[in-house]
Design a protein around this ligand. Structure first.
Ligand code: NAD
Length: 694
């Protein structure tokens, strides 16, 4: 039973007891209704207290019941709240820890509310692309006022109970024994004759409600362009203001039902569950003992090493940064200092905190200083010979049990592990640039990586605020292996008739943060050039357009050289179409005998996105990724995939895989069509009307 029922001198205490957060699963909901009924029947009782066991009042819906029949089995939350309101004996909700989502809506149905200081209050549904569906949009404005309710519901952000102490939300905010305070309050209330106050009967007072609502709409016009939920939150609140509680409640329900089915909400819920799923590894039990990580060493103080070091010190872990020369170390440290200075100037970090973080970094040119490290992250040049030297040296010096990680983007982790006598301790930690900012961390599992090493780095990833996704060993792992196919398509398309600006514009309109050409100019075109040179050797059959090589031969490496696919004014980042490059593209096509044609934006988007999907299918079926949602998490957190579309695999699922297959076959019949090797797993799923995600 997920609800406890006790009596205390004339007061019934109904305690939600569904660990870990007293989620409102079916048995909790039914238990509350039963307990309320029981309390009505007992003539010895004059009042009821509703509270939560353990550390919280209630975290909202029970996410383990999402998408199961129990989620929609009566009594639904609305009916439970109705039962609270109807109770002939006064109900006092006693809140502590958190009252989130449905948990807060439940409390809003009580006649009185008391909170412990420090209780977090929120209606975060909007973050999952929905709105509070059990009266939250109607009762909260009546409790805290229109302005505050709009802010809370539209942003989903939490507030502390004490900041709302002077509103009708709380009758009392207490410091000491919450239950004792609630019982005393309940006895006093029960001694008075009913009826007892109901939020639904309160007016929403505001001198100019229409202006307040309009201003809320203006505030989200830009940020919520692609998300319907924030708009619907405002509409539902407005309905209550204009048409009163009952019609407002009915409209809220209508919006809820529509939003639950919206692709945007599907995408956000997918990401929410995808993040949780990604942290689980099928053959590594969640109770696997982990190794202690108290000291970190980072080898290589370049672009990545500096950002990686920041990620660790930001989470309180001391780091030793090692490079070959004082000059390289000083360069690396200067960049780190500059980054912290910028954050302090923007007001996002105090000077003191920045100083503390910097003080956690020590620098050294001697490998001897890594002997104390529990984790060593290598971020030196992307060259197997250099990695070999470095790993042989680490193997000699690192203490037993230390985890040896490589940040390599493209090299074979198993070969790197074989440079040591302890391949079980070697793992890939593929950070993304800038490493202190980007959420994604690909954890590369080598053939021999020990389970406790994996468990340890997954836990550590969480500690440093990263979304970790496990990838098997292959060229490019999950993210870069997929993007490679998109890059190939983008180069073919400019040969066939598009120009870089059109390709970027089309895919940015689809919602990517940055198109492939602007991205390449930012990262440096020379990086891709080096990778292609290796591929030409290792995979001579894989055909590329040579346009990108021509660009690099001109020394146009991107922003850092003042020009790449685009031109850049000195010191500026805005990309201006380059006549020189565009002419070069057209001339290149002519020489190759290609008759250029107009490409539609739709073709551009499909070829870029389906190239991801097609490679993603192979990655999934080869077991490089454990589940389709892992691939989506990589793209959402590391590659700027539009969050309202949920990642490439969910996007394909929502379109229908047969549709995706048809489009790919169409493109495969065009010039450059040989670049499409359609994934057997895509074809098989399409034929059986199955999806990538479950
Ligand atoms: P970088 O050239 O900016 O930095 C490399 C640093 O390693 C330099 O400071 C160099 O002095 C130092 N170094 C070289 N040999 C060394 C040795 N034997 N011992 C100690 N230090 C040594 O390179 P980067 O961009 O930071 O890339 C580092 C690694 O991270 C590469 O494996 C790369 O593939 C990977 N990576 C890069 C990115 C990116 O966007 N730049 C993203 C993910 C992963």
């Amino acid at each position: 039973m997920a609800v406890d029922y006790t009596t205390h001198d004339g007061v019934a205490v109904i305690t939600l007891n569904n660990p870990p957060v007293n989620g409102l699963g079916h048995s909790t909901r039914a238990g509350i209704v039963d307990a309320l009924e029981r309390a009505q029947q007992d003539p010895a009782l004059i009042a009821i207290v509703l509270t939560g066991a353990g550390k919280v009042f209630c975290g909202g819906a029970d996410i383990t019941e999402f998408n199961t029949p129990k989620a929609t089995q009566e009594p639904m939350l609305g009916a439970v709240i109705h039962a609270l309101e109807r109770s002939a004996k006064p109900v006092v909700a006693a809140l502590h820890g958190v009252a989130l989502g449905g948990g807060l809506e439940l409390a809003l149905g009580a006649h009185y509310r008391i909170a412990a200081r420090g209780t977090q209050i929120a209606l975060p549904e909007v973050k999952l692309g929905i709105l509070p569906g059990a009266g939250g949009t109607q009762r909260l404005p009546r409790a805290v006022g229109l302005q505050t309710a709009l802010e809370m519901i539209v942003s989903g952000k939490p507030a502390m109970a004490e900041t709302l102490a002077n509103t009708a939300l709380f009758d009392k905010v207490v410091d000491g024994d919450l239950l004792a305070a609630a019982l005393a309050f309940a006895r006093e209330a029960g001694a008075r004759p009913g009826p007892y106050p109901k939020l639904r009967e309160r007016a929403i007072d505001h001198p100019d409600a229409a202006a307040c609502i309009e201003s809320a709409r203006e505030q989200i016009a830009q940020t919520a362009k692609h998300f319907p939920a924030p708009h619907k939150c405002i509409d539902a609140i407005e309905a209550g203001v204009v048409h009163g509680f009952d019609r407002g409640l009915a409209f809220e329900r209508e919006c809820f039902v529509a939003l639950v089915q919206s692709p945007e909400s599907r995408a956000l819920r997918h990401a929410f569950f995808g993040e949780r799923a990604a942290s689980k590894i099928a053959d590594v039990p969640s109770d696997t003992a982990t190794r202690t990580i108290a000291q970190v060493a980072v080898i290589g103080a370049g672009t990545m090493g500096g950002g990686i070091a920041m990620s660790f010190v930001n989470a309180g872990l001391p780091v030793t940064l090692i490079d070959t020369s004082e000059a390289a170390l000083e360069r690396g440290l200067a960049t780190i200092r500059k980054n912290y200075d910028t954050t302090v100037k923007k007001g996002r970090l105090s000077q003191q905190a920045a100083d503390e973080r910097l003080a956690r970094i020590s620098a050294s040119t001697s490998y001897d200083s890594l002997t104390h490290a529990d984790l060593i992250v290598e971020a030196v040049f992307e060259d197997l010979d250099v990695k070999e030297q470095v790993f042989r040296r680490i193997d000699q010096l690192a203490k037993p049990g230390a985890i040896l990680a490589s940040n390599t983007s493209t090299l074979d982790l198993n070969r790197i592990a074989a440079f040591t006598q302890r391949p079980q301790d070697v793992v890939g930690l593929h950070f993304f640039s800038p490493a202190n900012v980007m959420k994604l961390l690909e954890v590369v599992r080598g053939a021999q990586t020990a389970k406790d090493v994996l468990a340890t780095v997954m836990k550590l990833a969480k500690k440093i605020g990263k979304t970790a996704v496990v990838a098997g060993v292959c060229d490019g792992f999950i993210g870069n292996r997929m993007i490679e196919q998109t890059i190939r398509q983008s180069l073919f398309m400019i040969e066939e008739g598009a120009l870089p600006a059109q390709v970027d514009r089309a895919i940015e309109a689809f919602g990517f943060a940055m198109g492939p050409f602007r991205m390449s100019d930012l990262a440096g075109n020379d990086i891709g050039w080096a990778i292609r040179k290796r591929r030409y050797r290792e995979h001579p059959a894989q055909r590329y357009s040579t346009l990108a090589d021509r660009l690099c031969e001109l020394g146009r490496f991107g922003q850092k050289t003042g020009g790449g696919w685009y031109d850049y004014k000195a010191g500026e980042r805005s990309a201006m179409p380059s006549q020189l490059v565009d002419d070069m593209i057209v001339a290149h096509a002519r020489q190759a005998g290609i008759v250029r044609r107009e490409l539609t934006d739709n073709e551009i988007v499909e070829r870029l996105v389906f190239a991801l999907v097609n490679e993603g299918a192979k990655i999934l079926d080869e077991g490089i990724a454990a589940r389709a949602s892992d691939i989506d998490m990589v793209y959402l957190t590391g590659y700027g995939f539009p969050p309202w579309r949920g990642g490439p695999m969910l996007y394909a699922d929502m379109l229908g895989l047969a549709e995706v297959e048809r489009a790919i076959r169409r493109y495969a019949a065009q010039p450059n069509g040989d670049a499409w090797e359609i994934a057997p797993g895509l074809v098989a799923r399409a034929a059986q009307d199955r999806r990538f995600n479950g």
